[in-house]
Write a protein that binds this ligand. Structure first.
Ligand SMILES: Cc1cc2nc3c(=O)[nH]c(=O)nc-3n(C[C@H](O)[C@H](O)[C@H](O)COP(=O)(O)OP(=O)(O)OC[C@H]3O[C@@H](n4cnc5c(N)ncnc54)[C@H](O)[C@@H]3O)c2cc1C
Ligand code: SF4
Ligand code: SF4
Ligand code: SF4
Length: 372
């Protein structure tokens, strides 16, 4: 048995399902030099059963989806401002919590690693609200999800499409009735290395520990623009370097340039949520630069839960052609300069980040001059 995952980075999204399902626990996740986790097989332990290859979720599916699309805004403006898009995620969570259910979503831990956590109280929802532009790990909590479902609880699991495919595969179909799978539209995820290095840079510059972090605070940057905020020495500092490097696509996982979850027929979720880019055409009444959610209903279960949240949201049905964005239909392009980025990064992290920011700004100006 070849160590297939190690050889084919482009074909592994890091969901960890093979780690969970290997019968002799021969696989572990190991971080590479970009801070991205890949499974590695211990050839001494491996009994060559082939299960890891058979169950791997990184493949195209052929699901039939309902594909009903809405523009959505939460009725509560405070919820919109504390969410990345239009706050539909909070409305979905509130419904599940009102039924004594359990939510799984992505939070930042005390060291600013992205982790999936379980919450069962409204007061904890703010931990998983908003986008974190770092890959989180889910395989450690898959057994908790199963236990909750076996105890007859309703469970809402939210994450990237590849994470949702892993949860869907791991949970036996007889337990799916109470499982609500919510996927985000996904441009791609980086490992944690660049963000950790950038935090160290901020701490050195400010001579003070970073206590809190936020990505894309809408009150500071608006809905359309990107940036990151750090709470240190009793004040917030706002920068744009990290999000500019994220948007340059230099630091994404290799599988994100080869993502096989870009087609509506590959979706395993009940509902897909994202930013409704192009809102000025599809739902102009919602166009206020505060954020509007795109909601795509994929399954009957998704349709049913959407009915339940209608009292908390403003919504209107929209046409598919007015809600298309690249992240929904095609993998992000691997930048030609990515290898050079990482070569330079090994020499000087912060100079490489700063140089990338300048390069992005110049490229953007040239594109504007050319009218692109
Ligand atoms: C890395 C990343 C890339 C994205 N790319 C796009 C895009 O190209 N186009 C687009 O329309 N939308 C994209 N989104 C989705 C969008 O930013 C919002 O997350 C989504 O619209 C939900 O917003 P909300 O207002 O309903 O609720 P919010 O409260 O903002 O939703 C938070 C949700 O995001 C999940 N989440 C946050 N960070 C992560 C993470 N690192 N990994 C997995 N799940 C996470 C939480 O579990 C929760 O479900 C992306 C999100 C992330 C995290
Ligand atoms: S995609 Fe998931 S199951 Fe497939 S090799 Fe990678 S970690 Fe393992
Ligand atoms: S072939 Fe079987 S034993 Fe070997 S790593 Fe894969 S799942 Fe584990
Ligand atoms: S782009 Fe595709 S492979 Fe990358 S995190 Fe998103 S769903 Fe997974």
């Amino acid at each position: 048995m070849q160590n297939f995952v190690k050889k084919e980075k482009r074909n592994c999204c890091g969901c960890g399902l093979c780690v969970k399902l290997c019968p002799v626990k021969a696989i572990e996740m190991v971080e590479d030099e970009e801070g991205i986790q890949y499974p590695e097989i211990n050839e001494q332990k491996c009994i060559k059963c082939g299960k890891c290859k058979r169950i791997c979720i990184f493949r195209k599916g052929n699901e039939e989806t309902l594909n009903i699309r809405y523009a959505v805004k939460h009725k509560d403006e405070k919820v919109i401002m504390s969410s990345r898009s239009g706050g539909v995620f909070t409305a979905l969570c509130d419904y599940i919590l009102s039924k004594n259910g359990i939510i799984y979503g992505c939070a930042l831990d005390e060291k600013f690693n992205a982790v999936h956590i379980k919450i069962d109280k409204k007061s904890e929802l703010n931990k998983i609200n908003k986008s974190k532009y770092i890959q989180s790990s889910i395989y450690q909590i898959l057994d908790n999800v199963k236990e909750n479902l076996m105890a007859n609880k309703k469970v809402l699991f939210s994450g990237t499409p590849c994470q949702i495919a892993a949860v869907s595969e791991y949970i036996p179909s007889k337990l799916h009735n109470n499982l609500f799978l919510i996927e985000i539209v996904c441009h791609g995820v980086p490992g944690n290395k660049v963000f950790q290095d950038y935090i160290k840079y901020i701490e050195k510059k400010e001579k003070s520990k970073v206590e809190k972090v936020e990505f894309r605070n809408k009150k500071v940057f608006g809905w359309h623009n990107s940036g990151e905020s750090f709470f240190t020495d009793s004040k917030w500092i706002h920068t744009e370097d990290y999000m500019t490097v994220y948007n340059s696509n230099m630091i994404l996982r290799e599988s994100c340039y080869n993502c096989c979850f870009k087609d509506k027929h590959t979706q395993k979720s009940d509902i897909t949520i994202g930013d409704l880019w192009g809102v000025e055409k599809s739902a102009p009444q919602f166009n206020d630069n505060k954020g509007t959610s795109l909601v795509i209903i994929n399954s009957q279960k998704g349709k049913d839960i959407f009915e339940e949240i209608k009292k908390d949201i403003r919504y209107c049905q929209i046409e598919e052609k007015l809600s298309i964005q690249d992240a929904l239909i095609t993998p992000t392009k691997r930048p030609k300069l990515k290898n050079i980025f990482w070569l330079l990064y090994k020499i000087n992290e912060i100079l490489t980040i700063k140089a990338t920011v300048i390069y992005v700004k110049i490229s953007y100006r040239i594109a504007r001059l050319r009218g692109k």
